[in-house]
Design a protein around this ligand. Structure first.
Ligand code: CAA
Length: 257
């Protein structure tokens, strides 16, 4: 891996992926995103991994897709390269992904953070979709996911003017889970990951799938899917263990079976 660093495990059952193009503020080049896709596929298939944390560095989570790589491309080049197809792996990953964001999360950087399941931000984090300032528009979900997260008025202003949202504002508008001091953003994300990693990994995946469905379907279909996933959880040993532990007044020991 040249453009990302994977630490597995960083703590029991938790894998950490770090973007590693610091000089370019972690601009999301095609090779970087291919590495991310491969790492996510590997970690999703690794039975020991239950939660993934994705981060950049203190100055930048990621400052967007790589503008220098795109600048001279034609529409047909862009269509053939179809760079965002590899980005789909983030939402296809069944295990929860927590973004630990400090500094710039702009353009594709903001879109990648929003593709994750939760966002823990440092107080220096800024979120934005500044594509309009370079003559384009968001291309990896910015107009859709940002609007769903913070509402039309705020999203429209950000997308049409390129205005940034501070971490504090992002928390106020529901884009992120919480803001913490800069020295804590990664440890806080890992702490949240550890909370989830202690639970039944099967139930966690079923729950994630059901929550995500709410963005993609109407209520009745989402409820059907939720109910099926609830019943499906009863196929796991973890369900027997979780309910027995409750009745026997002890802590459960979830095995992911
Ligand atoms: N692509 C390629 N290189 C980038 C980059 C990007 N998105 N963002 C920053 N860099 C590079 C800069 O070119 C610079 O490289 P050099 O030292 O070789 O000149 C280096 O990273 C450091 O950047 P700056 O000197 O600009 O740092 P700064 O602190 O002065 O400014 C910034 C930081 C405000 C984030 C500024 O770099 C910036 O505006 N970056 C672009 C943000 C942007 O427009 N992102 C959207 C990209 S398009 C997109 O993402 C489409 C999509 O929907 C997926």
């Amino acid at each position: 891996m040249e453009f990302i660093k994977v630490t597995n495990p960083v703590q029991p059952h938790i894998a950490l992926i770090e973007f590693n193009r610091p000089k370019e503020l972690n601009a999301l080049s095609v090779p970087l995103m291919s590495e991310l896709r491969n790492a996510l596929q590997d970690l999703d298939a690794d039975n020991e991994v239950r939660v993934i944390v994705l981060t950049g560095n203190e100055k930048a989570f990621a400052a967007g897709a790589d503008i220098k790589q795109m600048a001279d491309k034609s529409a047909i080049d862009m269509y053939q390269i179809d760079q965002f197809a590899t980005w789909d792996q983030i939402k296809k990953t069944k295990k929860p992904i927590i973004a630990a964001v400090s500094g710039f999360a702009l353009g594709g950087g903001c879109e990648v953070a929003m593709l994750c399941d939760m966002i823990i931000a440092s107080e220096t984090a800024v979120f934005g979709q500044p594509e309009i300032k370079i003559g384009v528009i968001p291309g990896a979900g910015g107009t859709q996911r940002l609007t769903k997260a913070i509402g039309k008025a705020k999203a429209m202003e950000m997308v049409l003017t390129g205005k940034f949202l501070s971490a504090e504002e992002a928390e106020k508008h529901g884009l992120i889970n919480r803001v913490v001091p800069v020295e804590l953003y990664l440890s806080e994300a890992i702490k949240l990951a550890a909370q989830i990693a202690a639970l039944s990994p099967i139930a966690v995946k079923l729950a994630k799938e059901a929550v995500l469905r709410s963005f993609e379907t109407h209520l009745e279909e989402g409820l059907i899917m939720e109910r099926k996933n609830f019943y499906l959880a009863f196929a796991s040993e973890d369900q027997k263990e979780g309910m027995a532990a409750f009745i026997e007044k002890r802590s459960p020991n979830f095995k992911g079976k």
